[in-house]
Design a protein around this ligand. Structure first.
Ligand code: LCS
Length: 397
């Protein structure tokens, strides 16, 4: 077989990081549902602890099923190493803890997921780690917001839920000059659509709950980066804070990720169609979708993403009450947070995923009360549109 690294993405999601000969010739990776591992002797146990000798010790440190997933994520992100966590937030918090200490400063994209915002607030209150939220749209703006104590730039791109896009090479080139680490939350794009490490960032994090898992049945996080950094996080924050993924959940992700490329193609196709339909509807004021040729940053999207992804947001020509009315009329599309599942999901960021952000700041981020977020699923796009259209048509235009 070719070197795994030379395989195409669609092949890597299925085959990489797993050799059935090492796992009882099982086609599908086994679930090593064990908390601990036996040592052949006292001496060998001690050597495993001191790392003089390889071998598993305890599943909070390493587990064979989890290790298959971690290596597969590294292959997909074209990273030296990967690491799995019990949630996306466990991955985000471990990444931030790795690159900051008390009194440091974080430069952050203008918007982030609500709980990431909450975590940044907690870091400020507890450890005096301040954050600045900025547009990061130009060299001048990035440089102006870097302080002497900035140790990290943290970005989501596209940003949840406004779908603004950040120029990763621009950010990383400036940060590198100043020795600042760049973390990219790649949840919305997945490594199929965007590879931040190749664009110069230091660590990629994901809520694997979303597209990596893809089936709405697991809460998980993953991370990828250079071997030293990942090894350090594995031996410190992850081991001692303990946000590890269970072997069964790792297995669900190994299964889910096999179809990532085909799912993403379908998510993108459906989202393109739904965005185009929404734009034509008289009761829709604005549609925010990176895959839309008229998206304000479409040339940047083309530069760093393969396609626009499966999530879009839109604002109604109307009030918050109209938004509530429309959402309550939906029959096929469930009202639920999360994204990246087979089911199309709709939610209201201002009162749900981003409710923790103070209203004034929320509006600055572009999250108005009329904004709705749609995670476009894998159904026939005509059925998704029919449901949206009948709901939108109940508003008088
Ligand atoms: N990063 C992003 C961009 C996210 O959207 C989320 C969760 C997380 C990190 C945290 O991941 P978790 O711990 O939930 O696995 N986003 C959610 C959302 O938009 N709706 O529900 C959860």
């Amino acid at each position: 077989m070719k070197n795994e690294k030379d395989l195409q993405f669609e092949t890597k999601v299925v085959h990489s990081s797993y050799n059935s000969n090492k796992h009882g010739e099982c086609l599908t990776p086994p679930i090593y549902q064990t908390s601990t591992f036996t040592f052949p002797s006292m001496e060998q146990g001690a050597k495993r602890f001191s790392q003089e000798q390889g071998g598993y010790v305890y599943s909070r440190l390493e587990n064979p099923t989890v290790a298959i997933l971690e290596d597969r994520i590294a292959q997909l992100e074209e990273a030296e190493a990967g690491l799995a966590f019990s949630s996306g937030m466990a991955a985000v918090s471990a990444a931030l803890m790795e690159v900051t200490k008390t009194n440091d400063h974080i430069l952050c994209s203008k918007g982030v997921y609500g709980c990431t915002f909450g975590l940044l607030q907690w870091l400020k209150d507890k450890h005096n780690i301040q954050s600045t939220f900025a547009d990061l749209g130009s060299e001048e703006e990035i440089k102006r917001n870097i302080q002497t104590n900035t140790t990290c730039v943290y970005i989501e791109t596209p940003i949840n839920p406004t779908m603004q896009v950040i120029d990763i090479p621009l950010v990383t080139s400036i940060a590198k000059e100043k020795g600042i680490k760049v973390i990219v939350d790649n949840t919305f794009s997945t490594p199929y659509l965007q590879k931040p490490l190749k664009l110069g960032c230091d660590l990629v994090v994901h809520s694997a709950t979303k597209y990596i898992g893809g089936h709405g049945d697991v809460i998980a996080g993953v991370m990828a980066g250079n071997a030293d950094m990942i090894d350090n996080i594995k031996k410190t924050v992850r081991k001692d804070f303990g946000g590890v993924l269970s072997p069964f959940d790792a297995w669900l992700l190994i299964r889910g990720v096999k179809t990532l490329a085909v799912r993403m193609d379908r998510h993108c196709e459906n989202a393109e169609k739904i965005a185009a339909q929404l734009k034509k509807h008289p009761n829709v004021k604005a549609v925010y979708y990176p895959g839309d040729k008229e998206h304000a940053q479409s040339s940047l999207v083309k530069k760093q993403m393969r396609r626009g992804g499966g999530v879009l947001s839109f604002e109604l020509n109307g009030s918050y009450e109209d938004a509530v009315h429309v959402v309550n009329q939906l029959q096929l599309i469930p009202i639920a947070v999360s994204l990246g599942d087979a089911e199309t999901l709709i939610q209201h960021p201002a009162s749900m995923t981003h409710a923790v952000i103070p209203p004034e700041q929320r509006v600055k981020m572009g999250i108005t009360n009329e904004l709705l977020r749609l995670s476009v699923g894998l159904e026939a796009w005509e059925d998704i549109w029919q449901d949206l259209e009948q709901a939108l048509n109940t508003l008088s235009s």
